[in-house]
Design a protein around this ligand. Structure first.
Ligand SMILES: [Zn+2]
Ligand SMILES: [Zn+2]
Length: 147
């Protein structure tokens, strides 16, 4: 099934097929808290070549805890955080779930950086929770192998 999303002003649009989604996760790390202005970011892993994006995304780079460089993408016009990725793994994009037109189908597998979570936004106890990042790269490598 085709899924679509956009930034708040609509300058950036994207779509993908739901069956191409690798997995979805909550990230409670401090950078995601700052980037979203909230308790966590909810991200969807999707192969870059399966994601169609229309519009210009501006990226902000910061060092992730695993030594990787995370590039968080946002709309320059309205500021919505929309798509990010690790510079070392550009073949996988992380779509921010809140930008989907309809996210009711989404199944979030696990939480990252539980140790950084705020008391007012604790990790979901019903799903797997990692204190830090559960080796993002091996997760992604496994995902690539299964493509
Ligand atoms: Zn926008
Ligand atoms: Zn994070």
């Amino acid at each position: 099934m085709k899924q679509s999303g956009r930034c708040q002003c609509g300058k950036i649009n994207y779509n993908f097929n739901q069956e191409d989604v690798i997995s979805a996760h909550h990230c409670h790390c401090k950078d995601c808290q700052r980037a979203t202005g909230s308790g966590k970011a909810t991200i969807i892993y999707i192969p870059n070549k399966k994601l169609n994006v229309d519009g210009e995304i501006k990226f902000f780079e910061s060092k992730g805890s695993m030594g990787s460089t995370i590039r968080r993408g946002f709309c320059e016009n309205c500021g919505s955080g929309i798509i990010s990725y690790a510079k070392e793994m550009p073949m996988i994009k992380f779509v921010k779930a809140g930008t989907l037109d309809d996210s009711s189908w989404l199944n979030v597998e696990s939480s990252f950086f539980a140790k950084a979570s705020s008391d007012w936004n604790k990790p979901d106890e019903n799903i797997k929770s990692f204190q830090g990042n559960p080796d993002l790269f091996s997760t992604i490598k496994n995902a690539i192998k299964s493509l």
